[in-house]
Ligand binder design. Structure first.
Ligand code: GLY
Ligand code: MN
Ligand code: MN
Length: 440
């Protein structure tokens, strides 16, 4: 082997690694296929009409400073949705033009051999980035701001709009402020268009979500098996999160909530520091993130493995309320209407169960929300349901005076005629939960 061929040979795995670190290649979920990325960008360009959109990636966070416990790089959702990349300090530019073909530019930091001794190989501009994203024009990020200024000027001179993601960060960003001032066309918020697109999941998104939810159901089963009087909340959390990770989830979708007794009545209790007592109910709200998509599932279980008659009555009312809402899911209905159906159902069926009066005042949160790359995902809640929207259905009853909380949360996808339950892998009925807890 000549010296040159040895070097070339030695570099091959490194080239493979560069993609792996930057685009989910080698991750359990794998990369987003290029045809989906291209279709998403084409859809967005069409919605833009005539204009230019600038979308920035996330920035690397300081491992040694602010985030020693949470150092992994998580890409900005919109940037990932349109590029499939996980590349800090990068830019995506989309130029839509009424009559001419649209243009797409990707700016990535140039590779840096010395820095990569610490960070591992990074994806730079070039053919590899083009192959992963389907974007032909890839350029070094240090040219981004100057070139973007020029492109914004020529686009807005032609009557194009300037589109930015007008979140808090963008509004306070000096470069974006200067662009806005200089554009002469004002600024249009890009977020509603992207939110409308992300609300309806494509096949690759559904594959990721289904997997996140399947993994989550298995985690809930593991937590049910770990439960017993005397167990700590963190043991249940550990059983679930260990299962998530072992099945390919790269993160949790949100901090796990495992609350026993009075803690079950705190909606976002995330300390997990109490010990389960016989006779208590435990609310477990836990979801895996798989390939950037998050599940959101809640189960309520009896610490000792058997519901008391009182707990069972409340549990069954919540379950029936949830079922009534699910049975109403179909294209065209709104989330608001489903919420009202669930409240009306609970009111009509609770009698004096939560005495005095109905259980209505103990159902203190909304019925559900969109899920996707964010656990509370983007999307206008007035949008009538349509196939391939994914949402949670999660009624609950919380009675602090009795140290009793019940929430049942499932994930469903809207179909052409109704819905499909995605989280049925986690036992839902009291009998099925008792069966799992008995068998452990
Ligand atoms: N896990 C938070 C929620 O259910 O909305
Ligand atoms: Mn939820
Ligand atoms: Mn939840």
């Amino acid at each position: 082997m000549t010296r040159a061929s040895r070097i070339a040979f030695a570099l091959l795995p490194l080239a493979g690694l560069a993609t792996g670190l930057s685009a989910q290649v080698g991750s359990p979920a794998g990369p987003v296929p290029v045809e989906y990325l291209t279709a998403r960008r084409a859809d967005l360009l069409k919605r833009m009409g005539n204009g230019i959109a600038i979308i920035r990636s996330s920035e690397q966070r300081s491992i040694e400073g602010d985030y020693p416990q949470d150092s992994d790089y998580r890409e900005n959702n919109d940037f990932f949705y349109l590029t499939g990349l996980e590349t800090p300090s990068s830019w995506l530019v989309l130029v839509a033009r009424d009559t001419l073909a649209p243009q797409v530019y990707l700016y990535l930091p140039a590779r840096d051999t010395m820095a990569e001794r610490w960070t591992g190989a990074r994806l730079g501009p070039g053919p590899e980035a083009s192959a992963l994203t389907g974007i032909e024009e890839t350029r070094p990020a240090d040219q981004a701001q100057r070139q973007i200024r020029g492109m914004v000027r020529s686009s807005t001179v032609r009557g194009g709009k300037l589109y930015l993601l007008l979140g808090e960060e963008a509004v306070s960003d000096t470069f974006f402020q200067q662009l806005a001032l200089g554009s002469g066309a004002g600024v249009t918020d890009l977020r509603p268009s992207l939110a409308a697109m992300r609300l309806v999941k494509d096949a690759d998104e559904m594959r990721r979500l289904r997997m996140a939810i399947d993994i989550t159901a298995k985690g809930h089963l593991a937590a049910m098996r770990a439960a017993r009087p005397g167990a700590w909340e963190y043991e249940l959390e550990g059983a679930a999160e260990g299962t998530f990770r072992s099945l390919g989830a790269e993160r949790v979708g949100y901090p796990s909530i495992v609350g026993t007794g009075i803690n079950a009545t705190t909606l976002h209790y995330d300390k997990s520091r109490s010990q389960l007592q016989a006779g208590e109910l435990v609310v477990m709200d836990m979801g895996a993130e798989y390939g950037f998509y998050s599940a959101d599932v809640t189960r309520t279980i009896p610490a000792s493995g058997k519901f008391s008659p009182r707990q069972l009555s409340i549990y069954n009312l919540v379950l029936a309320t949830q079922q009534a809402a699910m049975d109403s899911i179909r294209p065209g209905i709104t989330m608001g209407r489903l919420g009202q159906i669930s409240r009306d159902y609970m009111k009509a069926h609770s009698g004096d169960l939560c005495a005095p009066g109905t259980c209505d005042q103990y159902y203190i949160h909304g019925l559900g929300h969109w899920i996707g790359m964010d656990v509370h995902d983007v999307g206008n809640y007035a949008t009538p349901l349509a196939p391939n929207m994914v949402l949670t259905v999660e009624p609950g009853i919380y009675i602090p005076a009795e140290k009793l909380g019940v929430r049942i949360e499932d994930d469903v996808v809207v179909t052409a005629t109704g819905y499909e339950l995605l989280s049925g892998g986690a036992p839902r009925t009291a009998a099925d939960i008792e069966k799992v807890m008995k068998k452990k």
